[in-house]
Design a binder for this molecule. Structure first.
Ligand SMILES: Nc1nc2c(c(=O)[nH]1)N[C@H]1C(S)=C(S)[C@@H](COP(=O)(O)O)O[C@H]1N2
Ligand SMILES: [Mo]
Length: 498
C-alpha cells in the first residue's frame, strides 16, 4: 500500500530538505538570508500596527517564537497537501518548490541588509527539495499493480526526513551566534575616564532591583535572527549633513575617552504596570563629541541611527547635543553589550523612548532632518518625537496576592527620565493620597524606587500609585494605549489582607 499518510510525509520530507539545505547555505551567506527568517522578517515589517501590538501584548518576548511556529505550521500543512497531490502529478511538487524558492529569494533580497548572495539559500533549498522529490516519487515498476501516477519510496521518506533534520540542525548551529559570542568574550573594555556616580536601591523584598542585570533586561526589537556584527569588521559611519563624514572602527571607539553613566531605558510599548524598562550602567563615547568632530550642518535636526539590519531610529539633534548623556555605548553593566542588546555598539539617549533613540547593532549615524527622513516606526505611524512620559509601578504586593494584615510594604519604581521623579503617592481604596519614601537618586535619568508602609486592614483593597516629576507635573489618571507615543494612567493592584 502506498497511502496518503506516506505521501503527506514525503511532502514534508521535500519541504524539510529544502529548508535544511537553505539553512546550511544561509550559514555561509548570512543568517537573515534563510527563507523562513526572510519571509518572517517581511511579515514582521508588513503586519498592521494593531496586529503587532496584539502580538507584543499577548506573547511578549515570545512573539518571535510564535511567528516562527505559525510559519512552520502553515508550511507543514501546505507541504503535506502538495505531497499527496504530487502522487498524481509530480509537477505540483516541483511547482510548489519553485514557488517556495522564489518567495524565499524575493523576501531575502528585499531585506535592507541584503546583497545579491542572499537569494542563494532559497534557490539552493528549492534545488535540494526538487532532488528529494525526484528520488522519492517514482513510476511504479512493470511488476507492480498499476496505480495512477507515482508511488512513494517509503524507506526513502524516513531517510530524507532524518537527513533534513540533521542538515537543518547543522545549518542552524553554524549560522548561530557562536562566532560573535567568541569575539565578544575576547573583548576587554577599558576603564572609563569619567565614571559617573553609582545609584543605590532600597532593600525591600519584591521590588525591582535598582540596576537591572543584563540577563533580565527587557528585549524589544524587530530582529528575528540576531544581527551578527564582528568587532573586527565593525565600522561606524557618521554621514549625511555633516562637514566631515567620519568612520570609526570598534578599536577607535574603545581608544577614546569613555564615560560610564546609569540610564534607564524604556519602551514606548510599555503598558501601565508593564515591565518593558530597565536601568543599566552604560559605557560609551559621548555622541556629542562625534557630532562635533563631524561638524553638524544647519538644518540637520534629526540624528538617524541605522542598524546593521537596516532598522532606523530618529533622535532630535538637540537631544544629542544639549548636554545630556547621549552615548554611543559599548558596555552594559561592566560587560561588552550582550548580542541581543546591540553588540558591539548601540545608542542610548536619556529621556527618549527606545524606538526614537536606542539603535542596537549601530553602524551608521546619519545627520538628516525630520522632513527628509521617516525612521522605521515613524513610517508605521508612531510619533516622530517621543519624550518619555512619567510612569510609576507597584512591584509589591503583586496583583491578587494575600498579604498579612498590619504593616505591609508597598513598593515599586517610578521614572521620568530627563525630568526626574520628585514625589510618589499611594492611595488605598480611593482614599487620600499618601506620600511614599523615595530612594536617593544620582540624577534625573534613572528610575527611582519608592516605598510606603501600609497599615493594612483585613479585607480586599485597591492600591493605586501616581508619580510627580521634578517639573511638578503629576501623572494623569487618563488611560491611553501605547500607540502612538506612550501609555498613560495610574497603575493599580487589588490585594487581600488577612
Ligand atoms: N536595531 C534595532 N535597534 C533597536 C530596536 C530594533 O528593533 N532594532 N528596537 C528599539 C526599541 S523599540 C527599544 S525599546 C530598545 C530596546 O532595547 P533593549 O532590547 O536592549 O532593551 O531598542 C531599540 N533599538
Ligand atoms: Mo520600544
Amino acid at each position: 500500500m502506498n497511502g496518503r499518510p506516506i505521501a503527506a510525509l514525503a511532502g514534508l520530507a521535500c519541504a524539510g530538505a529544502a529548508l535544511a539545505a537553505a539553512q546550511l547555505a544561509a550559514a555561509a551567506v548570512a543568517p537573515g538570508s534563510a527563507p523562513v527568517a526572510a519571509v518572517g522578517a517581511v511579515v514582521v515589517d508588513a503586519v498592521p500596527e494593531p496586529v503587532k501590538a496584539f502580538a507584543i501584548r499577548t506573547f511578549g518576548a515570545y512573539d518571535k517564537l510564535v511567528l516562527f511556529i505559525g510559519i512552520g505550521l502553515v508550511l507543514a500543512a501546505a507541504a503535506a497537501v502538495v505531497g499527496v497531490l504530487s502522487r498524481r502529478r509530480v509537477a505540483v511538487g516541483y511547482t510548489a518548490l519553485a514557488l517556495l524558492g522564489a518567495a524565499g529569494a524575493a523576501a531575502a533580497l528585499s531585506r535592507p541588509a541584503a546583497g545579491p548572495a542572499w537569494a542563494l539559500p532559497s534557490l539552493v533549498g528549492a534545488a535540494a527539495g526538487a532532488l528529494v522529490l525526484w528520488l522519492l516519487y517514482r513510476r511504479p515498476a512493470a511488476a507492480e499493480p498499476p496505480v495512477p501516477g507515482r508511488v512513494v519510496d517509503r524507506r526513502g521518506v524516513l531517510l530524507a526526513l532524518a537527513g533534513a533534520g540533521a542538515v537543518g540542525a547543522a545549518g542552524w548551529r553554524l549560522g548561530g551566534t557562536g562566532e560573535v559570542e567568541t569575539a565578544r568574550d575576547a573583548v576587554r573594555l577599558p576603564e572609563p575616564v569619567d565614571a559617573g556616580p553609582a545609584g543605590e536601591g532600597l532593600d525591600v523584598e519584591g521590588i525591582t532591583s535598582y540596576l537591572t542585570p543584563n540577563a533580565d533586561f527587557y528585549r524589544v526589537d524587530t530582529a528575528l535572527v540576531l544581527p551578527q556584527v564582528l568587532p573586527d569588521d565593525y565600522v561606524l559611519r557618521v554621514t549625511g549633513r555633516v562637514d566631515r563624514p567620519l568612520e570609526f572602527s570598534y578599536r577607535d571607539l574603545l581608544e577614546r575617552d569613555l564615560v560610564e553613566r546609569e540610564i534607564t531605558l524604556s519602551c514606548v510599548s510599555n503598558e501601565v504596570g508593564g515591565t518593558l524598562a530597565g536601568n543599566a550602567r552604560w559605557l560609551g563615547v559621548p555622541l556629542a563629541e562625534l557630532l562635533e568632530e563631524a561638524g553638524v550642518q544647519d538644518g540637520a535636526g534629526q540624528v538617524v541611527g541605522r542598524s546593521s539590519d537596516g532598522w532606523t531610529a530618529g533622535t532630535p539633534t538637540s537631544a544629542c547635543t544639549d548636554g545630556r548623556d547621549a552615548l554611543v555605548a559599548v558596555g552594559m553593566n561592566g560587560e561588552p553589550l550582550p548580542i541581543e542588546h546591540g553588540f558591539p555598539v548601540r545608542m542610548i539617549v536619556p529621556g527618549l523612548y527606545g524606538y526614537v533613540s536606542a539603535t542596537k547593532w549601530l553602524v551608521e549615524i546619519e545627520l538628516s532632518s525630520f522632513a527628509d527622513f521617516d525612521p522605521y516606526w515613524v513610517r508605521r505611524d508612531w510619533e516622530a518625537e517621543a519624550p518619555i512620559k512619567t510612569f510609576s509601578r507597584i512591584d509589591t504586593p503583586r496583583p491578587l496576592k494575600t498579604v498579612p494584615a498590619g504593616t505591609t510594604p508597598v513598593a515599586g519604581v517610578a521614572w521620568a527620565q530627563r525630568r526626574g521623579i520628585e514625589r510618589v503617592e499611594v492611595r488605598v481604596d480611593e482614599g487620600p493620597w499618601e506620600e511614599a519614601e523615595l530612594a536617593p537618586v544620582i540624577g534625573p535619568d534613572t528610575w527611582r524606587q519608592w516605598l510606603w508602609q501600609w497599615d493594612a486592614a483585613p479585607g480586599r483593597h485597591k492600591l493605586e500609585v501616581r508619580a510627580t516629576d521634578a517639573d511638578g507635573e503629576t501623572q494623569t489618571e487618563e488611560r491611553v494605549t501605547p500607540f502612538p507615543d506612550g501609555a498613560t494612567g495610574w497603575h493599580s493592584v487589588i490585594v487581600t489582607a488577612e
